[in-house]
Design a protein around this ligand. Structure first.
Ligand code: MG
Length: 253
């Protein structure tokens, strides 16, 4: 006997990292990625950004894709589900904000300010000018502006010594290496956030048929271990069972 109601609730998820995955070294969305993401959306995949980037930056890229996206921000610190998707899938008219990290950026900054006394070379968003951020990251100023709107994490651009790490750990903070820099935050990761989202869909009786994930950096490994169809782009990481690709067009939909 077919179960039409269950059939209607079947969904697919497509998690993608941003830096050096969806977007290139110059912070532009890769053409092949744009094409593949649109094709995935047509095939009933819900697109989920999973990045160390801020909500403001992720929204900037979602607008360019012109499709509704779920945002996992700041390395899994929070999940934001726009009202449009929240209404469609969770009978909720408002934007869903799920904060997974108990750590606020202000606390991390207070620890870094103390560290700065012994490590004067250390540079991070909150002790850098907009021009310096542009220089460290290569971001144009309008994107550097969005990148420093952090809620849960701080990114260290320079001077990340082992002594610094020890002090951060002693203060209950965790470091995660991304494509470019080390980001400091709570005990969260993209995999934990992805599992939270998967559970949420399951609780609302959706059956997740396919779960794709793609990334390039160390901080993507927990995500790639969580999904059923993991893809690695580039040569930075290795993971058994993950398919290595050079382009989004190699992703099977
Ligand atoms: Mg990356």
């Amino acid at each position: 006997m077919p179960k039409p109601s269950l059939y209607l609730k079947e969904l697919n998820l497509f998690f993608t990292d941003l830096d050096e995955t969806l977007i290139d070294k110059n912070y532009n969305i890769r053409d092949d990625a744009k094409e593949r993401i649109s094709a995935a959306f047509q095939k009933k995949f819900i697109i989920v950004f999973a990045s160390s980037k801020t909500l403001a930056e992720e929204i900037y890229y979602a607008k360019q894709l012109n499709i509704p996206v779920i945002y996992i921000v700041e390395n899994g610190s929070a999940i934001y589900i726009p009202a449009e998707l929240s209404r469609k899938f969770f009978q909720d008219k408002t934007r869903k904000e799920i904060k997974l990290s108990p750590i606020k950026k202000e606390f991390i900054v207070s620890v870094l300010r103390k560290i700065e006394k012994d490590y004067p070379d250390i540079k991070y968003y909150s002790n850098s000018t907009l021009e310096e951020i542009s220089l460290f990251t290569g971001l144009p100023t309008h994107l550097a502006e969005l990148a420093r709107k952090r809620e849960f994490t701080e990114t260290i651009f320079r001077g990340y010594a082992s002594g610094v790490e020890k002090i951060l750990v002693a203060n209950g903070l965790y470091a995660q290496k991304g494509s470019k820099f080390t980001t400091i935050g709570g005990n969260v990761d993209k995999g934990k956030a992805a599992r939270f989202l998967i559970k949420l869909f399951t609780r609302f009786n959706y059956s997740l048929k396919r779960i794709i994930g793609i990334g390039d950096g160390e901080n993507d490994i927990p995500l790639l271990k969580t999904v059923n169809e993991p893809y690695i782009i580039g040569n930075k990481i290795n993971l058994k069972d993950a398919k290595k690709v050079y382009s989004f067009s190699e992703i099977e939909l």
